[in-house]
Write a protein that binds this ligand. Structure first.
Ligand SMILES: Cc1cc2nc3c(=O)[nH]c(=O)nc-3n(C[C@H](O)[C@H](O)[C@H](O)COP(=O)(O)OP(=O)(O)OC[C@H]3O[C@@H](n4cnc5c(N)ncnc54)[C@H](O)[C@@H]3O)c2cc1C
Length: 394
């Protein structure tokens, strides 16, 4: 829809048709960011910005230089959507309504055919034949596919990287742990199946959530899916300190507060109920005084504080944002034009590509960017073809 808006403005001579299987277009944009639409993120440098894409970072560098967050902000502001940036760098419409983002796109003249599911695509002598599920057929010179995550149309030679969910929270059946629901711990490091992520962690009634967990779910999306979301996660409750540093803090505390009980107060600034669980799980008696703790006991507590094992038994949908990793293999697409390297005249944009980002406006940004580049390329190529035709005619 964004690509069609850009084409409607920049190449009004082209006949652009959008086929949408749903009754209304832009359903996901409408619900995005809890109905507020977090449409992009603050960008200090593109090198840092792309670190938020577990898949697609490399390909997006050049693409963002051509049409990145700054250009997106300008486009929407020029189309009647003043934006505001929150403290965490997320951009929203100042109205806090995704409807304004939708209105900006629909304002551009375009032919949107809803209730029109594309069932198959055939390569024709010149261009493509698009077959709808209810039987109708259309032909076109250029075709841009933007069917989102996990929805593919038949008849393409492209490789599809396996689709699995990204951006989710984890469940655990560890009741003692979930009884701590509501605790928010800053700067935690979680690691599982070779994947590490840092940030704030929130203990929920079903498991763990928060930026550190969402980040891990995204970077480890494929590994976690392979294990059917059943694996052991290790939590370092204080990512700023390694095992030796925590051990040192405990040793110091033993010297400074020998009469205090191990289970009653956290020397590393953790919430008291969480600390109590850490001590209990370490096997050290919670009523034992720090002064009578042996080095081995301090090591046992340290091990739990820096590598707390949590058995993950499933995943939960993250309400604010949810994306699919997987899609059209990136090597098969030219990111200067978003054109297929296998089938000239065919383009891809958005979540149908094997690109996904962290939560915070990165997914929509990838969709705006790839949509814009595809539109630019389609209109430029069309100009070239028309010019060539005129040369041939004369
Ligand atoms: C609840 C939720 C909240 C989100 N919040 C945010 C957020 O705040 N910020 C952010 O950056 N990202 C967010 N995302 C992710 C973001 O919405 C997507 O990355 C983005 O919408 C992808 O755009 P797209 O056009 O590629 O795909 P989609 O938005 O999925 O659009 C694809 C369209 O193609 C249609 N379609 C599919 N198959 C066919 C077919 N065969 N024929 C015709 N039509 C077809 C679908 O009906 C759909 O309308 C959120 C996602 C969800 C689910």
């Amino acid at each position: 829809m964004f690509a069609a808006s850009v084409l409607a403005e920049e190449a009004p001579h082209l006949k652009v048709v959008v086929f949408e299987k749903a009754h209304q277009p832009l359903a996901k944009v409408r619900v995005s960011g809890g109905g507020r639409c977090n449409l992009t993120h603050q960008c200090a440098s593109i090198t840092d910005f792309v670190k938020n894409y577990p898949r697609g970072a490399f390909e997006l560098i050049g693409a963002f230089h051509r049409f990145g967050p700054a250009e997106t902000i300008t486009w929407f502001e020029n189309h009647g959507v003043p934006l505001t940036m929150l403290e965490d760098g997320c951009y929203f419409p100042r109205s806090n309504s995704s409807e304004d983002v939708i209105r900006a796109m629909l304002r551009c003249r375009m032919d949107v055919r809803t209730d029109s599911e594309v069932y198959a695509i055939h390569k024709a002598a010149t261009g493509f034949c698009v077959q709808l599920a209810h039987g109708e057929r259309f032909s076109c010179n250029k075709l841009l596919i933007t069917t989102g995550g996990g929805a593919f149309v038949r008849g393409l030679e492209h490789t599809i990287e396996p689709c699995v969910p990204s951006l989710f929270t984890f469940n655990t059946s560890d009741r003692a742990f979930t009884s701590l629901a509501g605790n928010v711990i800053d700067h935690v490091r979680v690691s599982a199946l070779g994947c590490k992520a840092e940030g704030t962690l929130l203990i929920t009634h079903s498991g763990v959530s928060g930026p550190a967990v969402l980040r891990a779910s995204s970077f480890g999306a494929r590994a976690f899916a392979e294990k059917r979301y059943t694996f052991e996660m290790k939590i370092n409750w204080n990512a700023e300190m390694n095992e030796e540093q925590v051990f040192h803090v405990l040793e110091q505390f033993k010297k400074s507060s020998p009469k205090k009980k191990t289970g009653t107060w956290s020397p590393v600034g953790l919430p008291s109920r969480l600390w109590l669980l850490i001590v209990k799980r370490s096997g050290v008696d919670q009523t034992c005084e720090w002064g009578s703790c042996s080095s081995r006991m301090l090591r046992q507590i340290t091990a739990q504080a820096t590598g707390f094992p949590l058995m993950i038994t499933g995943r939960n949908r993250h309400r604010e944002e949810f994306v699919t990793c997987g899609g059209i293999r990136l090597k098969e697409v030219d990111f200067k034009t978003m054109q297929s390297r296998l089938i000239p005249g065919l383009y891809f944009a958005g979540e149908v590509l094997d690109i996904d980002g962290l939560t915070g406006g990165f997914n929509l940004q990838a969709a705006w960017t790839t949509g814009y580049l595809a539109a630019q390329s389609i209109s430029a190529r069309n100009r070239e073809t028309n010019a060539q035709k005129r040369v041939n005619e004369t």
